[in-house]
Design a protein around this ligand. Sequence first.
Ligand code: 5GP
Length: 188
Amino acid sequence: MAAVLPEGRLFLITGPSGVGKGTLVAALLARHPQIWLSISATTRTPRSGEVEGQHYFFLERSAFEAKVAQGGLLEWAEFAGNCYGTPREPVERQLAAGRPVLLEIELEGARQVRRSFPSGFQIFIKPPSFEELERRIRGRGTDSEEAISRRLQRAQVELQAEAEFDAVLVNGDLNEALAQLERLMGLA
Ligand code: 5GP
C-alpha cells in the first residue's frame, strides 16, 4: 500500500451509470486515503442515505447556474435531466498541495477535463455486458422507471466512447477491478 503516486496528479474515472464506479472508488479510497476525491455539485435531489457535502453538494438550479456563471466549476454537464459539476477551487488547491486528485464524472465532463488537464489520466469503467448494466441499475432500486430508461439510453452512448480513454477496465468482479485500478494508478 505504499504511496507511489506521482504528486499532484489528476485521475479521472468515467463509465455508464450503474457500472459500479461509486463502489470501486469507495474501495480504492479505503485502501489509499492519500487520494483526494472531488465532491461534485448537482441539481439532482438526494437519494435516501446521501449526505450533503459528503456525496454531493445539492444545489437548486439557480445556485448551480450562478456557480457556472462565476467560473466556479472546472467542468459541468447535464445528465439524465440534472446538472452535475466539479468545484474548481478545491481541485486546484489539492493539486497545488501535491495530493493525487480523483474525479468520478460522466463522459461530457471527462472531455472538458481532457482539454483543461491534458496530462490527467482518464480511466473508462465498463460493465461485462449491457444486460448486466441494466440489471445493476434496476437492482439499485433508487431511480424511477423514467430515470432508468434515460440512464440506459445514455449508457449506450457512453459505451461507444471507450477508445478516447487512457485505459479501459471491465468491472465484473469488484476485487479484480480494484486490483487493476491500483495497477493503472501506480499503487500496486
Ligand atoms: P448519479 O446521479 O448516479 O449520482 O450520477 C449520475 C452521473 O453523473 C454519473 O455518471 C456520475 O459519474 C456523473 N457525475 C457525478 N458528478 C459529476 C460532475 O461533477 N461532473 C460531471 N460531468 N458528471 C458527474
